[in-house]
Design a protein. Structure first.
Length: 256
């Protein structure tokens, strides 16, 4: 059995309870050493065998899993954040299906959620936006034509940009060239929830300078959108209908 487990954004206590229990019981743990907090490995059994997938190819990972399956051993495939977001789990699942090896997935807290908690923001504010987008800049992996970052930000949605921390200058230049206001609220959180966490909250036009100043060139999530500018409790958003005293729900009657 293979258990895909989300390690969360970094802090050891942000992995789920289920994820902890699976780590404690696993015979083999294959972890993304370049991204996962290795302190999590202290949860593993002393006799568990550990493999750092940062040094492995897909084929090598699958060979470890195949041999474990033949031996009747349980494997935890430990991914950073949530396995379903830039975790490359689909190609692993396809190989597991070919080998007739069963699997399950334990979700994790992705970096954008940890960043929101760190910054004290809500991505989906009534009257501002009801849409939250996770995307990335083009790197070694291409981005489909219909998903250009300029078009996504223009919708007014809250946008989290992954795997692009070293491209803040290009990102800002592209967005502003497309007519997006340089004063649009933006933020960046480096190694969210780790002891080394750094964060910036300000405007889009100031983002590259802040990233360079703070040394946030990787392992960071970039956030863009008007909802980020409402964390001071000023103005610009509507109250939730769910808790409005005049609004009737299936659980209480409104006063109007």
């Amino acid at each position: 059995m293979v258990h895909f487990v989300g390690a969360g954004p970094g802090a050891v206590d942000l992995i789920t309870v289920r994820g902890q229990e699976l780590l404690k019981k696993a015979d083999i743990v294959i972890y993304a050493g370049s991204l996962v907090n290795v302190e999590l490995l202290e949860l593993c059994r002393e006799d568990a065998r550990l493999f750092d997938s940062a040094r492995m190819t897909l084929e090598e990972v699958m060979e470890v899993i195949r041999e474990a399956s033949l031996a009747g051993e349980d494997v935890v495939r430990l991914h950073s954040g949530d396995p379903s977001i830039y975790g490359a789990i689909r190609e692993q699942i396809d190989e597991l299906c070919k080998l007739n090896i069963s699997y399950d997935i334990t979700p994790g807290v992705t970096a954008a959620m940890g960043a929101a908690a760190s910054l004290g923001v809500e991505y989906t504010l009534p009257g501002v936006t009801q849409t939250f987008v996770i995307t990335r800049m083009k790197g070694r992996t291409d981005v489909p034509e219909g998903e250009k970052i300029e078009e996504l930000v223009k919708t007014g949605a809250s946008v989290a940009v992954y795997l692009s921390a070293g491209m803040t200058k290009e990102l800002t230049e592209r967005l502003m060239a497309a007519g997006i206001d340089g004063d649009t609220p933006a933020a960046m959180v480096y190694k969210c929830s780790w002891k080394e966490e750094k964060r910036y909250a300000g405007t889009l036009k100031e983002l590259p300078e802040a990233a360079e100043r703070e040394g946030m060139d990787r392992s960071a999530v970039i956030l863009i959108g008007q909802a980020l500018g409402q964390s001071d409790g000023s103005t610009g958003y509507d109250r939730s209908k769910l808790y409005d005293p005049s609004f009737t729900t299936g659980y209480r009657k409104g006063d109007r």
